[in-house]
Ligand binder design. Structure first.
Ligand SMILES: N#Cc1c(-c2ccc3ccn(Cc4ccc(CN5CCOCC5)cc4)c3c2)n[nH]c1N
Length: 247
């Protein structure tokens, strides 16, 4: 997968050199290209913003630098068309389902903005000939889109074949389709068996895989009921057995 990111703060993406994503880049699973938007702002101050038409707070990002930058990236890309992803507080929710959809794309182009966002004519221009998604990572307000891109690249990157070790499969994630779909993970434990007088639940040391799986599902149901009760209504009633209903 190729990923291009256009931003006035490309240094924000240094975290993409480390850990999971960094290793995926070293192994050629991910090919990340960062671009400084100001390289396409040709005035002496390399201006990328201006006052909003119609008034209102803040500044709006000018269309010309974005248009030139996106055209350059498209021309230098691997051919075909990328999926353009625009982080914005006004976007559709970024979900595990959307991450899985993006993980199947050969080329993603992220356009994290600053100020009040990008002149809306830019995405109208590209939306006429390729997929442009306005996406939000949550119901809170950030100062720009860079952090959202880091979130999405990590959520998508970990789903790519070969990125997660064999020991862990994204199939077991919360919100991934399957038996534990839309249930939160329960508690996890490791050695030592006792720590500050707190013992690991006996069942986990029993070696009885069926009972362990039952215990884990019970704990997942309890945690979901406590922290995200609204998710319980999304569970397929068929997937809940008599025991589940007693938890
Ligand atoms: N993904 C994601 C995000 C973002 C996000 C993503 C991209 C950009 C680019 C600029 N910003 C700052 C910004 C803040 C608020 C507003 C709305 N304005 C309306 C008029 O009154 C003032 C406020 C606009 C722009 C961004 C924020 N925030 N939260 C998410 N989940």
């Amino acid at each position: 997968m190729r990923i291009d990111v256009i931003s006035i703060f490309p240094e924000y993406f240094a975290p993409l050199d480390v850990s999971l994503i960094g290793k995926a880049r070293e192994r050629g699973i991910l090919d990340v290209h960062l671009h400084q938007l100001r390289d396409w702002a040709h005035d002496v101050h390399r201006t990328v913003d201006d006052t909003p038409y119609g008034g209102g707070p803040g500044m709006v990002m000018k269309p010309e630098p974005w248009g030139e930058a996106i055209d350059t990236v498209l021309a230098a890309g691997p051919g075909a068309q990328p999926r353009i992803i625009v982080p914005t507080p006004s976007g559709v929710p970024f979900t595990q389902k959307l991450a899985m959809e993006y993980a199947r794309e050969p080329w993603l182009l992220f356009t994290p903005a600053r100020y009040e966002g990008i002149d809306s004519r830019v995405m109208a221009e590209y939306g006429s000939r390729m997929r442009v998604d306005e996406v939000s990572i949550g119901d809170y307000v950030l100062a720009g889109g860079e952090v959202a891109v880091l979130v999405m690249v990590e959520a998508v990157g970990r789903l790519l074949p070969g990125v997660l070790g064999n020991a862990h499969s994204a199939v077991d994630d919360s919100f991934a389709p399957g038996a534990m779909e839309n249930l939160l993970e329960g508690p996890v434990h490791t050695k030592p068996p006792e720590w500050r007088g707190r013992e690991v639940p006996e069942i986990l040391l029993s070696g009885h895989h069926g009972k362990i799986a039952r215990w884990r599902r019970d704990e997942a149901l309890r945690r979901t009921a406590k922290n995200r009760p609204e998710l319980l209504s999304t569970l397929d009633p068929e997937s809940l057995d008599k025991h589940d209903r007693q938890v």
